[in-house]
Design a protein around this ligand. Sequence first.
Ligand code: HEM
Length: 162
Amino acid sequence: MHTLYVIYHGLETNAFFAWITAYGPTSGGLELFHYFSMFIVVGSSFYIDLRLLGLAAKDQTLKQLAERAFPAIWIAMIFNFLSGFTMFAGSATGYLINGWFYFKMVATVVCLLSVWIIQRNIANWDLPKIPISGKVMAIISMVLWIGTILIGVEVPAITGVG
Ligand code: HEM
């Protein structure tokens, strides 16, 4: 725990992280980056999920949609991570013993795992009748994303850090 504190304290007192999270316009910019990258990640993921359920983009094959949506998901996720990490760094010691924050991190990893599983199975599921396993994964993916957004909103609301 002590080592972790030293690392977190080092991040928080780093001149760059301290400045970018304390100065209004840049701090607001980080929030915007975090939200908009999240919209792209979750929106593109939902688009694929709805296609698997036969509720959207029926004029495109699953493979065509996947070729457009997956790069958007992973590129936007890089921005989501970078903006989230920067906000975290600015208040790092506040997250040291913050179960909700770690819960959100685990939930994010589980969401990305579900995206990865779907991406790996696109070729198998790209049939005129989408197999039931694809539909079940689509529902799991949507539930996981909604849960993670709710946890994300609750982190500052419950813990007061943010
Ligand atoms: C990739 C790693 C991520 C890190 C390190 C991270 C970290 C953070 C931090 C430090 C904040 C600002 C403080 C706070 O409001 O809690 C924040 C805000 C937020 N994050 Fe993330 N985040 C990540 C990914 C995500 C994901 C994947 C989602 C949703 C799918 C998400 C949803 C949110 C929301 C909704 C807020 C705004 C909370 C509010 O102010 O009400 N984050 N994030």
